[in-house]
Design a protein around this ligand. Structure first.
Ligand SMILES: Cc1cc2nc3c(=O)[nH]c(=O)nc-3n(C[C@H](O)[C@H](O)[C@H](O)COP(=O)(O)OP(=O)(O)OC[C@H]3O[C@@H](n4cnc5c(N)ncnc54)[C@H](O)[C@@H]3O)c2cc1C
Length: 380
């Protein structure tokens, strides 16, 4: 198997790395964090100029026709820089729903706007009672003439406070935890009856709690695919977030090794002590194990067999989560007191890794599900 990047892929990686080096220093990031949106519209426009926002869409729809490997390359760089922009919300999640569930008319209306950086999206799915179960949906959508009326509440909608369009799951039929009967709808964030309350998550990113109070949408707002669509797009997001975690881990490891070489105790660099060298070596092993799983995730993202894709993504979540936790925690330990301050990047990597570990299911959730499903390799 050839793991080398193609010429185009290397170009993509280098151009983004350069852009982030110029625009995403730690101090610049702090200013973006403090701004009203919690991220930078200027950087978003630069992403659009670089072609990142149209990346996964078919060329016929106004995109570049790239796949999961290119998303992995981009997300790894974004992880290194701890970017705050709504790339996963708009391009990976919003884009995934459009690619797999939209009609050509819906795509031609929305994809060019995303690619130009003029349309932001967010996935409004999680509810108070649902935890990580994608099929647990209490929000309802009732038929109303040709259209629908949506009623319910969604929580921790990442980048929900700045999104223009929301992808909302709602129950069309059946009981709260039935796998059948889940509808997926495009809802303009400024529709009558939509109320948003924005807040910061523990890693400093933005999210919102959103209430839908008799929100009317027309028939053209519905996407096709139900729960299978949601699961597929969630798996693509798991692959993207896995790659972001690799970028975070790599940067945290580099920072730590630099520190071990610089910080002096007992008249020599603390990195000369074997106990810390062992820990640093363990961090590198964890990073490489996680990287293998991120590559598996990129390869599995387009797997057509839903069960096989799901089982592999659960393994990806478990392994990346376990290794990321170790690398993040060792970063803190080996930096001693300074890792605990907001002025230093180390702690921010652990925070982001912790949030990634919890997005789309934590390790316990996927471990329990995988053991119920018979493990990664199920006998034919
Ligand atoms: C605001 C603040 C609040 C804190 N609150 C708490 C608290 O509530 N509870 C708590 O437990 N800690 C707390 N700490 C952390 C604690 O006070 C120290 O920062 C921590 O013990 C690391 O020591 P150091 O900063 O001197 O690290 P350094 O001396 O820089 O050492 C870096 C790392 O190398 C290790 N190390 C150094 N020399 C050797 C060696 N020869 N062999 C092996 N390892 C070595 C150290 O253990 C450390 O992990 C707090 C720190 C801050 C700044």
């Amino acid at each position: 198997m050839d793991f080398d990047l193609s010429e185009d892929q290397r170009l993509l990686q280098d151009s983004l790395a350069k852009l982030l080096k110029d625009k995403y220093g730690f101090e610049q990031r702090k200013a973006y964090l403090k701004s009203e949106t919690g991220w930078s519209r200027e950087v978003w426009a630069a992403f659009a100029d670089l072609g990142l926002l149209g990346m996964p869409f078919a060329e016929d729809d106004g995109g570049l026709g790239y796949g999961a490997v290119e998303t992995m390359i981009v997300m790894e760089q974004m992880g290194r820089a701890l970017t705050l922009e709504p790339f996963v919300s708009t391009v990976v999640l919003g884009g995934g729903f459009l690619r797999h569930g939209a009609t050509p008319e819906q795509r031609s209306a929305l994809v060019p706007m995303i690619a130009e950086g003029k349309l932001l999206m967010a996935f409004a799915h999680t509810e108070q009672q649902s935890r990580f179960d994608l099929h647990d949906v209490a929000t309802t959508a009732k038929k109303d003439g040709d259209g629908w009326v949506i009623e319910g509440r969604k929580g921790v909608v990442v980048h929900g406070d700045t999104a223009d369009q929301l992808v909302v799951t709602a129950r069309i039929s059946g009981g709260r935890r039935d796998r059948d009967g889940i509808g997926v709808f495009l809802v303009p964030a400024d529709a009558t009856g939509v109320t948003r309350r924005g807040f910061r998550t523990s890693d400093g990113q933005r999210a919102a709690d959103i209430t839908f109070d008799a929100v009317k949408v027309d028939a053209a707002a519905e996407l096709q695919g139900g729960l299978a669509l949601v699961e597929r797009v969630a798996d693509e997001a798991i692959a993207a977030l896995g790659a972001e975690a690799i970028g975070c881990m790599e940067a945290a490891k580099d920072l730590t090794i630099d520190y071990l070489k610089t910080r002096k105790q007992f008249g020599r660099p603390i990195g000369s002590f074997q106990s810390l060298q062992h820990r640093a070596a363990e961090m590198m092993v964890c990073l490489e194990q996680a990287r293998s799983m991120a590559m598996l995730a990129a390869m599995m993202a387009s797997e057509r067999n839903d069960d096989e894709r799901r089982r592999n993504m659960r393994a990806v979540k478990i392994e990346i989560g376990r290794n990321a936790r170790f690398v993040g925690q060792q970063t803190i330990q080996m930096h001693g007191g300074i890792a605990m301050t907001m002025e230093y990047a180390g702690g921010h990597y652990l925070k982001r890794l912790t949030v990634i570990e919890n997005m789309f299911g934590d390790m316990d959730h996927h471990l329990a599900a995988l053991s119920e499903e018979g493990g990664v390799f199920v006998a034919a």
